[in-house]
Design a protein around this ligand. Structure first.
Ligand code: FMN
Ligand code: SF4
Ligand code: FES
Length: 567
């Protein structure tokens, strides 16, 4: 204790004078640039990701000096801004340089279907197009698997891509989004659009009728888990106080492109469904979380929401569109809610479930975009219209996103309970010439892989036959594989995807995906180690990503063992 030296007047005088506050300082010119950009915006913490988009859209990168300025202007710790910006793949941070060059990113999809159609060669060919303003990077599924391989040049997609097509787009400066033709608000209204909304507002359709119709129809959530929609709406409606609707438009499951297809054709059918959900719940707001990989959909939705506000179909600000920034995990509903709140997309521990404690701590209805797309039709045409579409006791239909080795890929609306063979023969004009059917993914990257001999399994949620084989339907993303495809390569591609997209929050998934990929890259697989890892990940991971990540591995071990060498 007697070692304590008091701060005497003379010792204080010896201290160096400090002219600035502690910590990193904002530079005037950067402060000016950011404050000009944010002028008129009332700062909200949950809009942080929107501000980061604004900066990157305007300056071409996230320059660290702009982030320091953003921190000063918003009064948010720099570390918090930095941790959010670095979580999302679409943000490009430029550090510690005196100047910065705007970057246009060329993103080459390297997920399964695109890889089957030559993505890796395309990626290495395009690397030669790189310069200080063009950065070529790989990226996960961009929801265009029916026109694989695909490359995103800025915000402009080059489908059925070749290196020369992409280079031409770069030379011609075609970086901007291309918006397809879609059903306008006027056209939609002429065909009975928003009549159901009006009937609910006039009291002609009761809450009870909505719930009973949804329940009888058998509609199950189209996001992957297949939870009965009527039951979910009822559960959330029972909570008191402020509530929200949060729409999941993240569509990141490799092989899935149905949500994009519907939104690019008929956006109001979805918007009406979302409005019906919100009227039913008396929700304060509807948040629509849309993945950044769909710039055309973001443009369509922001234009059409504005029209709805101008025509007073919805009050100003009722629909809030939020843009993701390239993170598959944000499709998991609690991670999506974190992201809407402007944070990193880390899945939450449950319970409590988001139905009770969701967005901003309030009860929240989360639905996949396609689930809401069908609500108007079901209420208009009756529960039977939907229920009767199923086969062999299954109710309704699915929008199968079919890609891979079939002649005519695309979104196929087909009965729940259909088999893969029927899908290929009756909806996709059969296999591509020169390809023999060998296997298929019944439910995207996480739903497992089945061999062609198992071509008679009914495809639906809760299908016992699928579950008994270790598979599930998920978002109904079907990838058809042929004798030209190596199942070892297929499984490795899928596992690499999970390794890349794991949020890293829990050890079994973070370390497990990495170790599994490493072991699967070996010529000879250590079956015991792989099975142990798979078991730990399935049992101990926090969310569905880690729990299901090794499904493709387990399927290959089970059904395609002849293609693997073991020690
Ligand atoms: C890793 C992971 C990714 C997911 N990705 C999506 C997605 O991209 N879109 C989606 O609607 N649901 C996704 N889900 C499911 C959601 O958590 C949630 O169940 C769904 O949005 C609920 O809507 P629904 O009942 O209408 O299906 C994902 C789940 C997990 C575990
Ligand atoms: S399982 Fe994976 S993705 Fe899910 S919380 Fe854990 S680390 Fe994150
Ligand atoms: S767009 Fe490439 S795999 Fe889906």
């Amino acid at each position: 204790m007697d070692k304590f030296i008091s701060q005497t007047d003379s010792s204080l005088k010896k201290k160096k004078r400090r002219w600035k506050p502690k910590g990193r300082q904002v530079e005037n010119s950067f402060y000016e640039e950011v404050s000009n950009l944010l002028r008129g915006i009332k700062f909200k913490r949950d809009e942080l990701i929107e501000y980061l988009h604004l900066l990157q859209d305007n300056f071409g990168v996230l320059y660290d000096k702009h982030l320091v300025a953003l921190s000063t202007i918003t009064n948010l710790p720099l570390s918090e801004i930095y941790e959010v910006a670095t979580f999302y793949a679409h943000f490009n941070i430029v550090k510690n340089s005196d100047t910065f060059e705007p970057i246009k990113v060329v993103r080459v999809c390297e997920s399964l279907t695109c890889e089957l159609f030559g993505a890796q060669k395309l990626l290495s060919d395009l690397k030669s197009s790189e310069n200080k303003n063009i950065k070529v990077v790989p990226g996960p599924c961009m929801g265009r698997c029916d026109v694989a391989p695909t490359v995103c040049v800025g915000k402009n997609y080059v489908d059925n891509a070749s290196a020369s097509k992409v280079e031409k787009a770069i030379q011609e400066n075609r970086f901007e989004v291309v918006v397809p033709n879609y059903i306008s608000l006027d056209e939609y209204k002429k065909n009975g659009g928003y009549n159901i909304v009006n009937q609910i507002r006039n009291g002609e359709i009761s809450d009870n009728h909505i719930i009973e119709t949804l329940k009888d129809s058998g509609l199950k959530g189209k996001g992957g888990a297949g939870f009965p929609t009527g039951m979910k709406w009822e559960i959330v409606s029972k909570y008191n106080g402020k509530k929200y609707v949060a729409v999941n438009g993240d569509e990141g499951e490799p092989g899935t492109f149905k949500d994009r297809t519907y939104l690019e054709r008929d956006p109001h059918r979805f918007l009406e469904g979302a409005l019906i959900a919100s009227l039913f719940l008396k929700a304060s707001n509807v948040y629509i979380y849309m993945r950044d990989e769909y710039p055309s959909v973001i443009k369509i939705l922001s234009d059409e929401i504005l029209k709805l506000e101008n025509e007073e179909v919805v009050s100003k600000g009722h629909f809030i569109l939020r843009r993701g920034a390239g993170a598959y995990i944000c499709g998991e509903e609690s991670a999506m809610i974190e992201s809407i709140e402007g944070k990193r997309g880390l899945p939450r521990h449950r319970p409590p479930y988001v139905a009770e404690v969701g967005l901003f701590g309030k009860p929240t209805l989360t639905n996949n975009l396609e689930t809401l797309f069908w609500v108007r039709d079901i209420l208009e045409k009756g529960s039977k219209w939907f229920a009767e579409k199923g086969l062999n006791g299954n109710k309704g239909f699915h929008s199968f996103s079919v890609s891979g080795r079939v002649k005519n890929p695309g979104v196929k609306v087909a009965p729940a309970g259909i088999t893969i063979q029927q899908l290929i023969d009756e909806y996709c004009e059969g296999m591509q010439d020169g390809h023999i059917f060998k296997g298929y993914l019944p439910g995207g990257a996480s739903g497992g892989i089945l061999p062609a001999e198992m071509n008679n399994i009914p495809l639906d949620y809760g299908s016992k036959e699928l579950a008994d084989l270790g598979c599930f339907l998920g978002s109904a993303a079907i990838v058809v594989l042929s004798d030209k495809d190596s199942m070892k390569d297929v499984a490795l591609n899928l596992l690499k995807f999970f390794e890349e997209e794991s949020c890293g929050q829990c050890t079994p998934c973070r370390v497990g995906t990495e170790k599994t990929v490493k072991l699967m890259k070996e010529n000879i697989w250590n079956k015991q180690k792989l099975s142990d890892l798979s078991e730990v990940m399935a049992q101990a991971s926090i969310c569905g990503l880690g729990q299901a990540a090794t499904n493709p591995l387990n399927s290959v071990l089970k059904y395609f063992a002849n293609e693997i060498s073991y020690d």
